[in-house]
Design a binder for this molecule. Structure first.
Ligand code: 5GP
Ligand code: ZN
Length: 120
């Protein structure tokens, strides 16, 4: 099962539950978006599902509606944050990608020109 309600030792589950403070940007019934604690661009937001899912690697058909909703929420957030010049969405999945928090999340990065390269 890719999705569980909450994992007690997961930082992002604890942020969603309000146990760890965060700067909220957006929330709906399935997702929560907040500012990254260590921003790597003028605008750096994380959007996460409210349920615990490890990463993109475990997604299946049962998560399709959720992921679709998250992406339409990303478009809303980008508009609200006035990222009309463009923005980048990244989801690190697993060790080779440098995933440090093992709760599915999408980085929304913008507010500066980032160039064409994806991998530093
Ligand atoms: P990853 O490397 O797993 O793709 O990204 C994890 C992100 O979560 C990092 O950009 C990191 O700065 C952010 N992060 C880690 N802990 C916290 C926290 O407690 N609060 C917030 N707002 N962001 C966090
Ligand atoms: Zn979690």
């Amino acid at each position: 099962m890719a999705e569980t309600e909450k994992k007690a030792d997961c930082i992002f589950c604890r942020i969603v539950a309000g146990e760890i403070p965060s700067t909220k940007v957006f929330e709906d019934e399935v997702s929560y978006a907040f500012r990254d604690i260590n921003p790597q661009a003028p605008t750096h937001i994380l959007i996460v599902p409210k349920t615990h899912i490890e990463s993109c690697a475990v997604l299946g058909e049962e998560n399709e509606a959720l992921v679709g909703k998250i992406f339409s929420n990303i478009a809303k957030i980008a508009k609200e944050e006035k990222l009309s010049g463009g923005f980048r969405v990244i989801s690190n999945s697993g060790d080779d990608a440098g995933q440090t928090v093992h709760h599915l999340h999408f980085h929304i990065l913008g507010g500066k020109e980032m160039g064409e390269g994806l991998v530093p």
